[in-house]
Write a protein that binds this ligand. Structure first.
Ligand SMILES: *Cc1c(COP(=O)(O)O)cnc(C)c1O
Length: 401
């Protein structure tokens, strides 16, 4: 907690005294998500300077004398990252002191945690139904002499293979199956065994779920998806409470050099200001699409954690504050799924998710996930709800046999 004096009343704050944001640099945990998002990571106001300082392009900084920080060489630190890291930390854990490290991509962040924490002879538990690059990661870990165990996300099945593991990797909701596990329960079991816990928070975003508050040691995510939300940058981050764990991840970033460019860091920070607006619209659209699909007989396996009768809903409502913008479902055949995607006008056939423009894809085209040929992963954008739902229903009709 920084001790910042209460900011003088400004016109924006007048009339909102009770829940007023206490000023940049503080953790106004009582502020609403929208307030927190627009102010996240902003430095103390400086006369004639912009509220969000522009990107700092530098490989090195003036450094007379002893090389003490904070800014020496830009593979280690950059002021534009610092602002972004504070912003993400404030969202991931408004009431805790956390250290956040940004990376060039979600995979860079994931690899940084796995490869900085695990040594030959260690065991790690991964989800068997997680992000599609995890099987490649598994191969690499195995090649380094690390034992990799996997179990599905649903039913907290990872509990059964925890004994003796150094690290438990959770992805909830899982991508693309949208199963949810009970993070508190898994953390408790893991910590009782001396096992560290990392949660991939990509799909939920920190406004949807706060893994560190649920007890996890690491919140890790791809900011490429809904966090930045425009489908134009790659970003990853790791947030953790423990200074030693943070230092080991920081060391890994320095060794591997998988760092974010200052322009990307600045764009990401700018985008986070609208996270609550985007997430609320997109997630409402996802729910509306899911509800519309529920009435269609050609749709099976419909999943959205926000649907009250979804198998994930009960646990999701206990640990999530928003249910995300991804809906998954299956059409009867591959041909039908392809025709559906082709017929959509407001939804791009593209991979990834979380952007302001809706996207969908037939997931089976990649060959990595264990999904039926007609399985569609649908990411709701920020279009008007009626327009989006009409487009989906029209494309379903148009793709009928
Ligand atoms: C996209 C994604 C990643 C990887 O992120 P990149 O930014 O593409 O490297 C990791 N985990 C999940 C759940 C993802 O959806």
């Amino acid at each position: 907690m920084t001790d910042t004096p209460e900011k003088a009343d400004t016109p924006e704050e007048a009339g909102h005294a009770e829940e007023a944001w206490a000023g940049p640099g503080t953790r106004a945990s009582e502020a609403g998500d929208g307030t927190r998002a627009v102010r996240a990571g902003l430095p103390e106001p400086v006369k004639y300077e912009p509220s969000l300082p522009g990107p700092v392009f530098a490989a090195h900084f003036h450094l007379p004398g002893d090389p003490t920080g904070p800014y020496t060489y830009a593979r280690d630190e950059n002021p534009t990252w610092t602002h972004l890291e504070r912003a993400i930390g404030e969202l991931e854990a408004p009431e805790q002191d956390v250290e956040t490290l940004v990376f060039a991509s979600g995979m860079a962040a994931i690899s940084a945690v796995l490869f900085s924490q695990l040594r030959a002879g260690d065991a790690v538990v991964l989800p068997s139904d997680g992000y599609q690059v995890l099987p490649l990661v598994r191969e690499q870990l195995t090649a380094y002499g690390i034992e990799v165990r996997t179990a599905p996300t649903g039913g907290d099945a990872q509990l059964d293979v925890l004994d003796g593991a150094r690290l438990l990797w959770i992805e909830t909701p899982s991508n693309p199956g949208l199963d949810v596990c009970d993070v508190r329960r898994l953390v408790e079991a893991a910590h009782a065994r001396g096992t560290l816990v990392a949660v991939d928070n990509t799909l939920a975003t920190p406004l949807g779920q706060r893994p560190l508050e649920l007890g996890a040691d690491f919140a890790v995510a791809s900011g490429t998806k809904q966090l930045t939300g425009h489908g134009d940058i790659l970003l990853g981050y790791v947030a953790c409470r423990d200074a030693e764990l943070a230092a080991s991840v920081r060391r890994w970033r320095k060794i591997v050099g998988a760092i974010l460019g200052p322009m990307e860091a600045w764009l990401a920070h700018r985008a986070i200001a609208t996270l609550q607006l985007r997430a609320d619209r997109q997630n409402a659209n996802a729910l509306a699409v899911a509800e519309a699909l529920r009435g269609r007989e050609e749709v099976t396996g419909l999943r959205y954690p926000g649907l009250p009768d979804d198998p994930s809903h009960k646990i999701a409502s206990q640990q999530m504050r928003r249910f995300g913008c991804v809906v998954s479902f299956t059409l009867p055949t591959r041909a039908r799924a392809d025709r559906f995607l082709e017929a959509l006008r407001l939804v791009d056939d593209a991979t990834s998710f979380g952007g302001v423009r809706s996207t969908a894809e037939r997931r089976g085209r990649w060959g990595g996930d264990a999904v039926p040929e007609g399985f569609i992963r649908f990411s709701a954008g920020a279009e008007d709800t009626d327009d989006l739902v009409s487009d989906v229903l029209r494309a379903l009709d148009a793709s009928a046999d």
